[in-house]
Every structure is written in C-alpha cells, then in structure tokens.
Design a protein around this ligand. Structure first.
Ligand SMILES: Cc1cc2nc3c(=O)[nH]c(=O)nc-3n(C[C@H](O)[C@H](O)[C@H](O)COP(=O)(O)O)c2cc1C
Length: 223
C-alpha cells in the first residue's frame, strides 16, 4: 500500500444551496439524536452485504498520514460469538467485582449494565475493530501515526452509517480485550479497540433516558 509520487487530481465537490444545507443539517441532527446504544438485540438475521458496505464506509475515514490503521473483523460464526461472550463475561465479572473503582461503578449505575452479556451471542453479527499500532508487512514494521484518533474516527463513521440504515450497535469495551486478539488470531501489531454487536433491537429493548448536553455546554464560539 506504499504510495509515492501520487498525482493530485481535481476534487469533485458537490455544493448545496443554503436552503438544502440547512434542511440537510437539521434532518441529519434529528436522525443522529435518535441513535442509541442498544444492549438487547433480536437474533433476526441482518443483510450481511449491507454490513460489508458500512464497514467500507467506515474505512473511508481520514487517518494520520493515510495509514488507515484499522482492521474490521466481522464475526457471524455462532461458536466464535459464544467464545467471545464467555471471555468478555469473564473479564467483566472481574471488572464489576473489584477492578472498577467505586466512582466508575456509580457512574454505570444509571445505565443498568452488569457482567452478563447475552447480546454478544444474540446479535447476528459482531464487528471487532482492531487498531494497528504499527504497520506489519512481511515481517517489516512501519510507523503509524495518531492511531487512536484515526481508529476512533473510523468507529464514528461506522456507528453513524449503521444508524442511517436502521441497524443498531453497542460500543462495547470488556477490557482488557486482548482475548479478542487471541480468539480471532490477529497479528501482533493489532490491538482490540472496540467490540460492537450489530443487529436489530429486541422487540422489548429499552434504553436509559439520558440527557445530552445542550450547545451552551459544549460549544464555545470566537466570532
Ligand atoms: C469508548 C466507549 C466505550 C463504551 N463501553 C461500553 C461498555 O463496555 N459497555 C456498555 O454497556 N456501554 C459502553 N459504552 C456505551 C456508553 O455507555 C453510551 O454510549 C452512553 O451511555 C451514551 O448512550 P448512547 O450511546 O445511547 O447515547 C461505551 C461507549 C464508548 C464511547
């Protein structure tokens, strides 16, 4: 993937009218405000080709020096899903019974989470996102830059794109997550970044009634 002397080509920009920009930004805001993390999934199958397309969209994210330091593993095999669930629950039991601080446990209380993760088996697909701490090709190591930032942006693209087609996910981090590297036989440069079940919500799925920040709390303007 090493690219040297690449040509620069004209950028095909699509300019919207001011009215279309306003309408698009508002409808996008409304849509994105409806996104929620889902922890109860239906086992109904999902169109896997659509998920492949969404992963390709995620991989269009910007990245430090265009190193694209990510790997998306798409797991639909029930035996592997079960192994991931069991390993995640083992880590989460340790987290909930001592590894997490009292403050952390208190912060999680309103979400109603615990060490029990049946959704890792019930969701029809698990997408495990790995960050590539460095490049590795034919035993040759190369540098990657701003890996966490780059992979976080790719994850954001992924979550948004899923939401746009009506699929749900959970940004899950049953840490430490090195069991994922072992179970999925990943090379030594890859570290598990997020474990995301993907599917439709269970018919009786509920979400905590959270309050999001208002612009006055997150926007500082310098006119
Ligand atoms: C980096 C990151 C890690 C998270 N890890 C977990 C997790 O391990 N388990 C879980 O149930 N939720 C996890 N969440 C989901 C958050 O709890 C959730 O995004 C937050 O409560 C806001 O809810 P919303 O996504 O429905 O807006 C994580 C979210 C992020 C961004």
């Amino acid at each position: 993937m090493e690219q040297t002397d690449i040509p620069h080509i004209p950028y095909a920009h699509v300019r919207l009218s001011a009215a279309d920009m306003e309408q698009q930004s508002k409808s996008d805001h409304t849509l994105m405000m409806q996104r929620r993390s889902i922890r109860q999934f239906s086992s109904e199958p999902i169109p896997i080709d659509i998920l492949r397309t969404i992963i390709a969209t995620a991989s269009s994210a910007p990245s430090g020096a265009h190193k694209q330091p990510w790997t998306f593993c798409l797991v639909t095999n029930p035996d592997i899903k079960r192994a991931i669930r069991l390993a995640a629950e083992k880590e989460e039991q340790l987290n909930y019974s001592g590894r997490m601080s009292d403050e952390w446990l208190k912060d999680l209380e309103p979400l109603g989470t615990n060490a029990f993760k049946p959704f890792l088996e019930e969701a029809p697909a698990l997408v495990v996102l790995f960050k590539q701490a460095y490049g590795l090709q034919e035993n040759q190591r190369s540098l990657h830059y701003y890996v966490n930032e780059s992979v976080g942006i790719a994850a954001g693209f992924f979550i948004s794109s899923l939401h746009r087609v009506g699929l749900c996910t959970l940004t899950h981090t049953p840490s430490p997550m090195n069991f994922l590297e072992k179970l999925l036989h990943r090379p030594p440069n890859e570290k598990a970044y997020l474990l995301m079940p993907v599917g439709y919500p269970a018919a009786d799925a509920t979400v905590p009634q959270l309050v999001r920040k208002e612009p006055a709390q997150f926007l500082v303007e310098y006119p």
